[in-house]
Write a protein that binds this ligand. Structure first.
Ligand code: PLP
Length: 362
């Protein structure tokens, strides 16, 4: 227990910028001089219209999206997208390509399988416990889309370049690295991300979809499972997650106005990750689990010389004010999630702690 804020390295829900939390706090009882909290206002009010429109416009500016792209907010997390994607884009005779780079990709594939859709796994790194990003992938000629996960939150790997798919639109799960770097949007037909890693609280999923994908999406589906429902109603066919969208708007504002935009955000993310990886590489005590060219700038997965030491490391880290360093329960080891909101200060403090832990336990 502590009455101070910790250095939070949680994988998700994850740390948010302190400036955003403070802004939420200062306007929590009276939002935009409405006399109400953001959690109390109508989603049909002009107050909320301003919020959602601002969030959409900021997302478009940051990613340099042209008019073909719609920015939508859905519920059901990234996991609902795993199911909605094959549901909306694959009819009986269609097929899709999937790249399998970890737990989340595997779950996305499973949802296509449950619906008995046609798909091909064109590349997988399962042979080496998902510790690398596959290269030189051969795509099918007739695929409707290529599905991939840009950053593998659990395994600590990341695509640093997106593959050339011969014009087949990429559908990408960017839950754990959206808005961490600029994107060449020509490649993408749809990108999606659960908000709780890099963008806001849990409960909201951002979907960015290109008009031609929307035109291809199936219409004979339940309203809440069709992209067109959200696109035609500015994400307000039913009551959206107002607080979630509001927080996302503040985080996007923070990237634009405090961090200086997405290129600057990327530079900062590279500096932060380099600091941690350089330290681990220089140590004979810690080692990373991902192959060097595949290492994630967002989730740094690492091991210590033994499982008992790893347990002790997490306990002592907690005592010293560092949270979230335990690896995912499915893989063990340790993980520091250093999304956009992680500060250089927190990483310097972590490196210092890791140095002294190494000295005492070598
Ligand atoms: C966390 C995560 C998910 C799951 O997100 P939910 O919003 O909980 O459904 C999916 N994909 C990736 C890459 C993630 O990091």
């Amino acid at each position: 227990m502590t009455d101070k804020r910790i250095f939070n390295f949680n994988a998700g829900p994850a740390a948010l910028p302190i400036q955003v939390l403070e802004e939420i706090q200062s306007f929590f009882l009276n939002f935009d001089q409405s006399g109400m909290s953001i959690t109390e206002i109508s989603h049909r009010s002009s107050y909320f219209d301003n919020v959602i429109n601002d969030a959409v416009q900021r997302a478009k500016r940051l990613l340099k999206l042209d008019d073909r792209f719609h920015v939508l907010f859905l519920q059901g997390g990234a996991s609902l997208q795993f199911a909605m994607i094959p549901m909306n884009f694959l009819s009986k005779d269609d097929t899709a390509d999937y790249i399998n780079t970890g737990t989340w990709s595997t779950k996305a594939i499973k949802e296509a399988q449950i619906q008995k859709k046609n798909y091909t796994i064109v590349a997988s790194s399962e042979d080496k416990d998902f510790s690398y990003i596959p290269k030189n992938i051969q795509f099918s000629k007739d695929a409707g889309y290529v599905h991939m996960t840009s950053n593998n939150t659990i395994k600590g790997t990341q695509f640093h370049e997106f593959p050339d798919t011969n014009g087949v639109p990429i559908i990408c799960d960017m839950s754990s690295d959206i808005f961490s770097r600029p994107l060449d949007m020509e490649k993408f037909g749809l990108i999606y991300a659960g908000a709780q890693k890099n963008l806001g609280p849990s409960g909201t999923c951002i979907v960015i979809i290109r008009q031609d994908m929307l035109d291809m999406a199936k219409e004979d589906l339940p309203s809440m499972l069709k992209y067109s429902t959200y696109a035609s109603k500015n994400s307000m066919y039913n009551t959206p997650s107002c607080f979630g969208i509001y927080t996302i708007d503040l985080v996007l504002k923070w990237i634009e106005e405090e961090m200086g935009g997405i290129e600057k955000m990327e530079e900062y993310n590279i500096k932060k990750a380099d600091l941690l990886y350089d330290f681990i590489d220089s140590s004979s005590f810690y080692r990373t689990t991902a192959q060097k060219y595949s290492r994630s700038l967002m989730n740094v997965t690492f091991r210590l010389p033994g499982e008992d030491l790893e347990k002790q490391f997490v306990v002592e880290a907690t005592e010293n004010g560092f949270g979230g360093l335990k690896g995912h329960r499915s893989v063990g080891g340790c993980r520091a999630s250093i999304y956009n909101a992680a500060t250089m200060e927190s990483i310097k403090a972590l490196v210092q702690f890791m140095e002294s832990f190494e000295k005492e336990n070598k």
